[in-house]
Design a protein around this ligand. Structure first.
Ligand code: SAH
Length: 336
């Protein structure tokens, strides 16, 4: 059994190396190579003795992911990659340049078992959850060789992050470790489909990470039709957890709302949304649905999207419209 060193904290690395008879400072050295230098090849770790480098190559799990496909937009430079892990499973990640910096969207699982009706990631179910090291490597991969460093990370690719809670938390702590990549927690966003126990636990972690919740409908029946998870965690329970999160962390929640033609894009829908969110410290991110052939979900006309947005603005709810990137959520993997 090879050790997944990239998922270990500095303290855990130090202990692991100590058990192998290495001095304590080797842990800090290795941690630095992994998370500061972002090196994937033990032979490049030049301040470690050759014998240790060989031992590591033998006993540690592979550090990298292999590029299988890549797509770069000629319009805005958005870069989508399909990466392969050691066991052959495929992961999708996206890098986007904004005025404020480089934002990277990563996957938390290969596949997904949440079954949302508009989403491509879930079409073939869950393959497996990703390790903390595999989450980190997606960020490092998209940062290597780029002029602009990654300034923001969103866990909004394939998979449900709260269905991989322990590895997610490990990832968040490693990514923001001052001795590692040192990305500010406030620059990281985790998106959940609404797993209530996850939201409640997340509120207790003492992290400054942003939380986004996929709402997609303010009506229980409509939400169930779009997202099977709504049957397990109904709207009143979900909203109570969100209020608890906001109260506990003093942080604003983002609600994602993918607009699907004739399913959740009407004036009645926006009215219900406004009354559901009244008084909550939140922000709505509207996502005109990316049309995935197998799902039959269609994007509303531009005029309808505008009306939906304006109604929210008029009600005093901060709203943004997501840039059209025909991006992640399993769409590249399914074409491979
Ligand atoms: N499992 C997490 C993260 C997934 S993806 C979650 O559900 O939040 C990030 C967002 O994109 C979610 O709001 C998800 O519902 C949405 N999404 C997935 N497929 C989409 C599609 N084809 N068009 C528009 N939004 C989509």
């Amino acid at each position: 059994m090879k050790t997944d060193v990239k998922s270990l904290t500095k303290e855990e690395l130090t202990l692991w190396l100590k058990d192998a008879g290495e001095p304590a400072y080797r842990g800090a050295q290795l941690f630095r190579w992994l998370h500061r230098e972002k090196v994937c090849d033990f032979s490049a770790m030049t301040n470690l003795p050759a014998a240790l480098r060989e031992k590591l190559a033998e006993n540690a799990a592979p550090l990298g992911l292999v590029l299988r496909r890549e797509q770069v937009s000629s319009i805005d430079g958005t870069r989508k990659v399909l990466l392969e892990a050691g066991d052959g499973c495929l992961i999708e990640s996206v890098s986007m340049l904004y005025e404020y910096g480089r934002s990277v969207c990563i996957s938390s699982q290969a596949g997904c078992r949440m079954g949302c009706s508009f989403c491509a990631s879930t079409l073939n179910g869950l393959v497996r959850s990703l390790s903390a090291g595999e989450l980190l490597e997606q960020v490092y991969f998209l940062e290597r060789g780029e002029r602009e460093p990654v300034s923001h990370v969103v866990v909004m690719g394939m998979g449900e992050p709260f269905d991989n809670y322990e590895n997610l938390l490990r990832f968040l702590r490693l990514l923001s470790d001052p001795e590692g990549r040192n990305l500010g927690a406030r620059h990281i966003t985790v998106s959940t489909c609404g797993l209530v126990p996850g939201i409640r636990s997340f509120a207790e972690e003492g992290l400054q990470v942003n939380l986004a919740v996929s709402l997609h409908a303010a009506d229980q029946k409509k939400r169930e039709a779009l997202m099977p998870v709504a049957r397990s965690y109904a709207l009143p329970e979900l909203m109570e957890a969100c209020r608890y999160y906001v109260g506990k962390t003093n942080r604003r929640i983002t609600f994602e709302y993918s607009l699907v033609k004739d399913r959740n894009d009407g004036m009645e829908d926006v009215k219900q949304l406004i009354s559901l969110l009244k008084g909550l410290n939140c922000h709505v991110n509207l996502i005109p649905v990316n049309e995935v052939r197998e799902t039959g979900c269609r994007r509303p006309e531009r005029e309808r999207i505008r009306a939906f947005r304006e109604a929210l603005e008029k009600a005093g709810i901060p709203v943004t419209l997501r840039r059209d990137i025909d991006a992640s959520c399993g769409q590249l993997r399914n074409r491979a």
